[in-house]
Design a protein around this ligand. Structure first.
Ligand code: HEC
Length: 235
């Protein structure tokens, strides 16, 4: 097969050898994964900004309220829910936190203390981001930040790398797979270490940047391999 043995390329293997419909499917898959990753990164970036913002307006439906009226409802009375609601509607300030702190210590700390159930809920700094985060109905809100960082983002790279990048006819593909793995591990690691804390500002933004750059490089290599010189190879 002489046409696969071009300069700098390993022989035999290339996504280009697939039929046009297979290449189209691969292209759509790479773009769909990019759209999912992009949406997830935008969602996570929005959460980071909400956690840091000095005085954002309280959201119409706060994630904390949604949780208190949903999965965590058995742990609070109606009166205690009202304490949270009043605090959030007044902007979730440190000054108004005292009554919430009492409820949290009594009703939540037993499970959500350090080393316990995620998210850690023992201080104002830990409650505030949840209070100010909007409870969206989007797929990303359903997945939550933990599932995105630890499951969904790694999965996007795993699928793209093992299904497509691995078979691309570019000699640097193993290095790029390593770089993707490093970006995914960095992102999961920095998230895991922060565990719901806003933490050091550079870490989450670096992680988002690395994930985006790694995927763009991956998509570029795969798409180039799929479509570059396809008319020439038909000869
Ligand atoms: C008996 C143990 C227990 C107590 C007490 C408890 N939780 Fe939870 N909490 C859990 C478990 C287990 C989960 C994970 C459940 C899940 O994700 O479905 C969780 C999940 C959560 C989440 C994340 C859910 C999400 O979808 O984002 C929040 C926020 C939360 N709890 C807040 C609270 C608050 C506030 C209190 C106190 C009013 C509280 N919890 C009391 C066990 C507890």
């Amino acid at each position: 097969m002489p046409r696969t043995r071009q300069n700098g390329y390993h022989g035999g293997m290339s996504l280009r050898n697939q039929s046009p419909s297979e290449r189209l499917t691969a292209t759509l898959a790479i773009v769909a994964l990019a759209a999912f990753l992009g949406g997830g990164l935008a969602f996570v970036a929005g959460q980071e900004r909400a956690a840091r913002a000095a005085a954002p307006p309280p959201p119409a439906q706060s994630r904390l309220m949604a949780v208190l009226e949903g999965v965590m409802a058995p742990n609070v009375s109606a009166g205690e829910v009202a304490v949270f609601r009043t605090w959030i509607q007044s902007g979730a300030t440190r000054e108004a936190y005292a009554p919430v702190d009492v409820v949290v210590s009594n009703n939540c700390a037993s499970c959500h203390s350090p080393g316990g159930q995620y998210p850690r809920l023992t201080t104002y700094e830990e409650l505030r981001p949840l209070a100010l985060e909007a409870a969206g109905g989007s797929i990303y809100a359903m997945l939550g930040a933990r599932a995105l960082h630890l499951l969904a983002f790694p999965l996007v790279f795993l699928v793209a790398a093992f299904t497509y990048l691995r078979r691309a006819a570019w000699t640097g593909r193993r290095m790029l797979m390593g770089a993707c793995a490093a970006a995914v591990l960095f992102d999961a690691g920095q998230w895991w270490l922060r565990q719901g804390h806003p933490g050091a500002a550079w870490a989450p933004w670096t992680a988002l940047g690395l994930l985006a750059a790694a995927y763009l490089a991956l998509a570029g290599v795969v798409l180039a391999d799929l479509w570059r010189g396809t008319t020439a190879s038909k000869r």
